[in-house]
Write a protein that binds this ligand. Structure first.
Ligand code: F0G
Length: 408
């Protein structure tokens, strides 16, 4: 097991214990090399299934249950887990009708221990930090990474420092980081400038746990294994997810690549990444057809989780879209608000960033780019209670009413 440069044209390889986050030769992000040694991969499906009724702590985590796809460095008692990853795949008939699809399911990653998909990555990244003997972890965040890192660091007895764009994240997320005992540093600026500042200045002692950390990606990738098990290893036609810093899109692309390489799936679902119109650097890059990121210096969207103008993992995400024959698109603020209210009326709820998925699916159907019969899974990334102020604000505008009329 080793680390390698994520740019396949660069052959840089690093020891798995190296704490670097980017390639010293070309500057691209690193990834954990997955070596599919000869093993009975299909036989693992049964083992993974049987672990569902096991009382062993590692098996009770919906991430570590699939540990054959994770770094095999850690002793079981070293693993830092909150039994994350055991989240449902929900049918969503009202949302399907709203979008114009026959069938739609939501994989709700917001129903993880701290209320977002970050927990899948954090259980692995904090376990790795502990394994390395790290005493301090840090991240920049629009709120969810911070909350998750704070919780897992607390479990591990590691001190956590979170850097947040002042006044630009939801109070509920800030409260989580405070509650879990992290040191809070509020910085003037937006997420991109805060992350830039952190990477430039805070080096040395702290270990960074933004999604540029390859061990975060390893954990998040496991959600796709959980999803495939839930669909009995018959992949859907599409997996639709929001895009911010693009760690999740990178993780899901890596999972699909590895599942295909081990023949655990026969077909690769097409991945669709959705961004908000005012924070759409990846969509712009995709449309430009070039390999240079179209940075936005002042990204704007009320979906504060994805208010990001310079996504760090864009190259990995681009590779994922290419590999899965996927696409990306953006949606307006009104479309996000209406989709979010629809998901709420479904009795499911999510945070605004997650609702870009339903808005995107609806748009693709209207544009004739998505077939009404397609089998689609949308990834909801955050819990409804992550941003209650948004709901109240929308209630006071006409958007919420419109959605409620549509869905009755
Ligand atoms: N949805 C939610 C709820 C998020 O919190 C984020 C990112 C995304 C989607 C986008 O995921 O960055 O992997 O493309 N939140 C980060 C944070 C940036 O700091 O909590 P991505």
């Amino acid at each position: 097991m080793y680390l390698q440069c994520s740019d396949r044209r660069c052959s840089t390889v690093l020891d798995i214990h190296d704490r670097s986050l980017s390639c010293r030769r070309c500057g691209n992000l690193l990834e954990v090399a997955f070596e599919p040694e000869l093993r009975d991969w299909p036989g693992l499906k049964r083992i993974w299934w049987e672990r569902r009724v096991s009382g062993v702590p590692l098996d009770r985590s919906g991430i570590w249950r699939f540990r054959e796809f994770l770094p095999d460095l850690y002793r079981p008692e070293e693993v830092v887990t909150l039994e994350e990853g055991n989240v449902p795949l929900l049918s969503a008939p009202r949302s399907a009708a709203y979008a114009g699809l026959k069938n739609l399911r939501f994989k709700h990653l917001g129903w993880n221990p701290t209320g977002s998909f970050k927990d899948g990555g954090m259980t692995v990244a904090i376990t790795h930090a502990k394994y390395l003997g790290v005493t301090q972890v840090a991240c920049a965040s629009t709120g969810n990474t911070a909350a998750s890192m704070a919780a897992y660091a607390a479990r591990a007895g590691i001190s956590a420092r979170v850097y947040l764009p002042q006044g630009a994240i939801s109070k509920a997320k800030l409260a989580q980081s405070v509650d879990y005992g992290a040191e809070i540093v509020q910085v003037e600026g937006n997420f991109d400038s805060v992350l830039e500042h952190l990477l430039r200045t805070a080096g040395g002692e702290a270990y960074f746990l933004n999604s540029i950390n390859p061990f975060r990606i390893e954990g998040q990738k496991i959600f796709i294994l959980g999803l495939m098990e839930q669909v009995d290893w018959n992949p859907p036609d599409y997996i639709v997810l929001p895009g911010g810093n693009l760690g999740n899109a990178s993780a899901f692309g890596k999972a699909l690549d590895e599942l295909k390489a081990t023949n655990l799936i026969g077909k690769v679902p097409r991945m669709v990444v959705v961004q908000a119109e005012g924070a759409n650097p990846f969509v712009r890059t995709w449309r430009s057809g070039t390999e240079s990121l179209q940075v936005l210096s002042e990204p704007r969207t009320a979906a504060s989780a994805i208010r990001i103008g310079a996504p760090r993992s864009w190259k990995k995400a681009l590779r994922a879209l290419q590999f899965t024959d996927g696409m990306c698109l953006d949606v307006s603020e009104a479309e996000i608000a209406e989709a979010k209210a629809t998901i709420g009326r479904e009795g499911v709820g999510c945070e605004p960033a997650s609702a870009t998925t339903l808005a995107g699916i609806r748009k693709l159907i209207w544009q004739g780019q998505l077939d009404r019969d397609a089998d689609v899974v949308a990834i909801l990334t955050g819990h409804m209670l992550k941003d209650p102020d948004y709901v109240i604000r929308m209630r006071e505008s006409s958007v919420g009413d419109l959605a409620s009329r549509r869905s009755t």
